[in-house]
Design a protein. Structure first.
Length: 360
């Protein structure tokens, strides 16, 4: 039975997946509720056991309707079988029909792709087969996998089960050199784990500078302030600031969830770039995450030529930061292919046509 969850104490994705992405954590949904987004949480329970857990976000397609997206979810139990998965999909389909939603975008965790932190291949193949046979489920076309509502298909992740010297040895020599150069040039880093909102103005100022320089949009100012306030209250995040003399050069925000430290937001100034403060900031965050006993440092979205088809100029714009991440060492965390559970075929086809035309 699919049931809606209203109380945080009844919602813990880490019980189903030790490495559940933080985008399925209750607090992440709270951030988005504070940003005036509609967030709902559900569990599929069979014989008293939770087999599926997820939080979904409502997205609107102008003049067409609305759909649900589930970032890196649903979270599925490793004990789920094909029959139970079909029952979940049918219950979810009924909910979509009842609420006049066009479709729900499924983005399963643990990942169904062949990657570290994924389901075992045999288990993943059973789920993929079930999805392929369900009459209302369709694999998302490549031209419809990008958008503000969707998460990257790859993230770059660094395992922390090594000594600091071993981590440095595993990096590209230029990255290792730049870390040492930053400290040699008197860049100083500061870890801030308490009263994060006291540092909000400086943090947000660098976010604005970076967004303007790179041509991307930010959430409203209060969204970021509520994020820092929530992390302060839950004690599950930290800031890393890098200074040179009296100048704040770089500011990163890292959230801790389960066994993963997630680099969530970062910003830098457009001057003193030769001091390599971004390298020092990430390295200090890695060292601090390791000291907390976390197993992985997640750099976030990673793009390469093997990814879904995108416009050449888009790939070029993303590649520079992806190379920066990759040279710290680690691996690409491949997430599941998108699948759409379609409740309104006509409006779904209309939306797919719109997305395809935009990519021609």
């Amino acid at each position: 039975m699919l049931q809606e969850i209203k109380d945080e104490k009844n919602y813990n994705p880490l019980e189903l997946d030790t490495y559940a992405p933080f985008q399925q954590a209750w607090f992440y949904g709270t951030w988005h509720k504070n940003n005036k987004e509609e967030v709902r949480r559900f569990a599929f329970v069979k014989n008293g056991k939770t087999l599926v857990l997820f939080q979904a976000y409502k997205c609107t397609i102008p003049k067409i309707g609305s759909y649900l997206t589930i970032p890196y979810g649903p979270i599925i139990s490793k004990e789920i079988n094909e029959k139970d998965l079909n029952e979940f999909l049918n219950d979810f389909y009924d909910l979509l029909k009842k609420e006049n939603l066009i479709f729900a975008r499924l983005d399963f965790s643990p990942s169904l792709a062949d990657s570290p932190l994924s389901l075992k291949k045999d288990d993943a193949d059973k789920i993929l087969k079930t999805l392929s046979l369900h009459k209302h489920v369709f694999k998302t076309p490549w031209y419809a996998v990008h958008g503000a509502c969707f998460q990257p298909r790859r993230e770059w992740v660094l395992p922390l089960n090594k000594t600091e010297d071993e981590l440095l040895s595993g990096m590209h020599q230029k990255t290792r050199y730049n870390i040492r150069l930053a400290f040699k040039k008197q860049v100083e880093t500061k870890i801030i784990s308490e009263n994060l909102t006291d540092y909000f103005d400086d943090f947000y100022r660098l976010q604005e500078l970076t967004a303007k320089r790179n041509g991307f949009s930010l959430h409203e100012r209060n969204y970021y302030k509520s994020v820092l306030q929530d992390a302060t209250e839950r004690k599950n995040g930290f800031l890393v600031f890098a200074y040179h003399e009296n100048d704040l050069l770089t500011a990163n925000f890292v959230i801790n969830y389960g066994k993963i430290a997630m680099f969530a937001y970062g910003g830098s100034v457009p001057f003193k770039r030769n001091l390599m403060s971004s390298y020092a900031t990430h390295w200090s965050g890695i060292v601090h995450a390791k000291s907390l006993g976390l197993e992985f440092y997640n750099f976030g979205g990673y793009f390469d030529e093997k990814g879904p088809k995108v416009k050449p100029e888009t790939l070029k714009a993303r590649s520079r930061f992806s190379v920066f991440k990759r040279k710290f060492g680690g691996f690409s965390w491949e997430h599941s292919p998108f699948y759409d559970l379609v409740a309104n075929p006509f409006k779904y086809k209309l939306y797919m046509l719109y997305k395809k035309i935009r990519h021609v």
